[in-house]
Write a protein that binds this ligand. Structure first.
Ligand SMILES: NC(=O)c1ccc[n+]([C@@H]2O[C@H](COP(=O)([O-])OP(=O)(O)OC[C@H]3O[C@@H](n4cnc5c(N)ncnc54)[C@H](OP(=O)(O)O)[C@@H]3O)[C@@H](O)[C@H]2O)c1
Length: 291
């Protein structure tokens, strides 16, 4: 294997919540990075890559040593798309893969859990990151953020259940370590923020930071399925999402792991600090040019 600075890193999902930060983190270290997604931002090293189009795999993988893997999003059965990519990657000499999974999905479970199995079977050095829910869901285009903006409500079926919301930038910082560490950080890592909060706790933090009231509305699981179906989701997908809420309600996501600090050497970002920084960035963003 070549030395760290000769290594060529591929970042998939490079325009997304974690991929953006993974690419930036590797570049900050002076490392060679190729970014890949269906709509690549024109920049040195960006390629058009589509999980659904095998003809894009060769140019994406050419000369690559290590991969940050964000499996196709919103695809019910991603394993048949990811397997040929991983087989080709390993054939071409890729030694290390860091895959983005989810704290709620274990190895072998449908969807991301099957990708976890594939990575562990096929790749010589592998790490699966299993983060809790992203703080990014509270901002930008996410439906949760939309609800906060339009009605001042966070609607879930999670009851008083708590979870360790995490900043995607912290997930990315762990990914960069796992991709580059001399002593490999291998296996699966459950990643959380620094505290476990219920959605009512989170609503109080959002209210405080934004300076206007935001309330948590708690639905039953069945009410949540119906609500999601009413927004146009397929019943099966709606039941899967509502099932994740039920998991939180049952306390299965109520944990803080401390892994971000252990791996990166700095504490994970709190929801309050994340939202404060986002509000400041939004306020300071340049407005439309005045003619
Ligand atoms: N949100 C959460 O709370 C949470 C919690 C735990 C785990 N996760 C997991 O994190 C993963 C990422 O979710 P996210 O919402 O943060 O998404 P994201 O990474 O912000 O966006 C998806 C990325 O993948 C790329 N992409 C999508 N479809 C593609 C395709 N067919 N071929 C190539 N690239 C494709 C997109 O770029 P282009 O559109 O340019 O292709 C984008 O860069 C998901 O697997 C999710 O289950 C999310």
């Amino acid at each position: 294997m070549s030395t760290d600075h000769e290594q060529h890193y591929l970042v998939t999902g490079a325009t997304g919540n974690t991929g953006t930060h993974v690419a930036a983190g590797l570049r900050d270290r002076g490392l060679r990075v190729r970014t890949a997604s269906r709509h690549p931002v024109p920049a040195d090293g960006a390629v058009r890559f589509d999980w659904g189009d095998v003809s894009t795999f060769d140019a994406t993988l050419d000369g690559i040593d290590a991969v940050y893997l964000v499996a196709p999003v919103g695809v019910a059965d991603p394993a048949p798309l990811v397997r040929p990519f991983l087989e080709s990657a390993v054939d071409r000499g890729v030694q290390r893969v860091v895959q983005l999974g989810s704290s709620a999905v274990g190895k072998g479970d449908p969807g991301l859990g099957e990708i976890h199995s594939l990575v562990s079977e096929l790749v010589p050095r592998w790490t699966v990151l299993r983060p809790s829910w992203f703080m990014q869901n509270f901002v930008g285009d996410h439906p949760l953020a939309e609800g906060i903006r339009t009605s001042g409500q966070i609607i879930t079926a999670t009851g008083a259940g708590r979870l360790g919301f995490i900043d995607a930038a912290d997930i990315a910082a762990v990914a960069v370590e796992a991709l580059t560490a001399e002593d490999p950080i291998e296996g699966e890592l459950i990643l959380t923020g620094p505290e476990a909060l219920s959605y009512a706790d989170a609503a109080a933090v959002v209210s405080d930071v934004h300076g206007r009231p935001v309330e948590h509305i708690d639905l039953t699981t069945e009410q949540m399925v119906q609500r999601l179906v009413d927004t146009g989701l397929a019943p099966e997908f709606a039941r899967m999402l509502a099932g994740l809420d039920a998991r939180i309600r049952a306390g299965q996501e109520d944990r803080v792991t401390g892994t971000v600090e252990m791996v990166t050497g700095r504490p994970a970002t709190s929801l309050r600090d994340f939202l404060t920084a986002d509000a400041r960035a939004t306020t300071e963003a340049p407005g439309p040019a005045v003619p």
